[in-house]
Design a protein around this ligand. Structure first.
Ligand SMILES: [Zn+2]
Length: 434
């Protein structure tokens, strides 16, 4: 693939041109599960943000992540890159799909991007990739001084996006806590059919550009305990020991990329946000009016369950009406057949623990319609705690950052650790026997 990049009218543009001799194809897979094939329907991406200086290696990796599905076995980046890029685009995560990729414009004259590492990270050194949901809002609650960077998907670089839920929340956070923020509009989710991200890292590209521009050393991402440690949805997986080469390849040419809330469950993220008075600013779903929660989808259901657990436990501190969705009715507003099909235990959706936690916490208020989703799954009280292995998400130098996070969440007791690590959403021996 041949890449070009230019700046025009306050936006950075990146174009990926399919080249037959490079082995490019209009249809190709994502490198992340479920490895679905995407069709390229647009060849140019814009970002409504122009970095004052951008190392050619950083730009190259941005190009690579954006257009990965359609890249063949040769690439030519917008500017000559250092030989380091050849290594980065041939990490095993990528080569299992692409084989060996040749970089046509590597040059010994270009010095590799030099990332500062090993120094002690302070609160002023971090930025948060802010999606607006419970995970990144919890990170904001813990680090109100950290810059928030938010990507808005749109096909118009000049669209007025100030009324969108997450943007209006950031405007409020600046008023309340003096939190700096940056909005970056982009059409990067409109490159393919079906629409969406071409790699899980492509939504990080604006954050990486803005963080580097503002001399930040670290970008925190909102992940959570379930998606990180119960990843395949069936059982515990030691995420802290599994290398993440895709993330590392982007970090190598930019800033540390840390899944900082990976030890925080959806319940605790909801609680941390609520305890800081931020419930009404949550935008866990953008399908409703002004990109606010829709009160209909499966994500809204999971978030409503978690919040109702909080209200159930401490109705004096938390009001149901603070949740920015229609809470006048509960389970009636959702399509139960869809819920039961999608979240059926064993379906590789990492949420079964959310249903069993709600079952045990809400007692008689848990909707019996959802009981089939967790009838055989063990308790999930581990969601109230931080597991010790989540410390290992943080590299050397993050002592202060980790200490601040852990002041908001109790350490997981040993017996809960045992339940967490032996967690299975279904009885797997039974499944194997069938
Ligand atoms: Zn929704």
């Amino acid at each position: 693939m041949r890449f070009e990049s230019w700046v025009d009218n306050g936006s950075l543009f990146i174009k990926g041109e399919l080249v037959e001799e490079h082995g490019d194809s209009r249809i190709g897979p994502r490198f992340q599960g479920p490895f679905d094939e995407l069709e390229m329907v647009n060849d140019t991406v814009f970002y409504s943000f122009v970095p004052s200086s951008l190392h050619p290696d950083t730009l190259a990796l941005a190009c690579y992540h954006l257009f990965f599905p359609w890249i063949g076995n040769k690439v030519e980046f917008p500017n000559p890159v250092s030989p380091r890029v050849l290594e980065l685009v041939n990490y095993p995560t990528y080569s299992r799909f692409k084989g060996e990729i040749e970089v046509l414009n590597c040059s010994d004259q270009i010095k590799p991007f030099e990332r500062e590492r090993g120094s002690e990270i302070d609160f002023g050194d971090i930025a948060i990739s802010f999606g607006g949901g419970v995970d990144s809002t919890a990170l904001h609650a813990i680090f109100p001084e950290a810059m928030l960077i938010h990507e808005v998907p749109t096909d118009n670089p000049r669209a007025d996006v100030s009324k969108r839920g997450a943007v209006s929340s950031m405007i409020k956070f600046q008023e309340m806590s003096n939190t700096p923020y940056q909005v970056v509009k982009t059409n990067s989710r409109l490159l393919s059919k079906p629409n969406g991200v071409t790699s899980w890292l492509s939504p990080m590209i604006p954050s990486v550009l803005v963080a580097a521009e503002n001399k930040k050393k670290s970008l925190l991402l909102g992940s959570n305990l379930g998606t990180l440690f119960l990843k395949d949805g069936l059982r515990y997986a030691p995420a802290h020991k599994i290398p993440n080469l895709a993330r590392d390849s982007l970090a190598e040419v930019s800033v540390d990329i840390i899944q900082a809330s990976g030890g925080i469950s959806q319940y605790m993220a909801t609680k941390i946000s609520a305890d800081s008075g931020l419930t009404s600013f949550l935008n866990f779903c953008e399908s409703g009016e002004n990109a606010r929660p829709c009160s209909r989808c499966l994500k809204c259901l999971r978030r409503e369950l978690m919040y109702r657990c909080l209200v159930n436990e401490n109705g004096d501190a938390h009001n149901l009406s603070d949740l920015p969705m229609d809470t006048s009715t509960f389970i009636e507003k959702y399509n139960i057949d869809r819920v039961l099909t999608r979240f059926a235990p064993g379906n590789h959706e990492p949420y079964t623990h959310v249903f069993s936690f709600s079952r045990d916490t809400m007692g008689g208020n848990f909707p019996i319609e959802l009981m089939d989703l967790c009838v055989n799954s063990p308790p999930a009280d581990f969601m109230r705690f931080w597991p010790p292995e989540a410390d290992e998400i943080f590299p050397f130098g993050y002592g202060k950052i980790l200490e601040r996070i852990k002041s908001s969440i109790p350490e997981m007791p040993r017996h809960e650790q045992a339940i967490f690590r032996s967690w299975k959403s279904i009885n797997l021996t039974e499944l194997d026997a069938n």
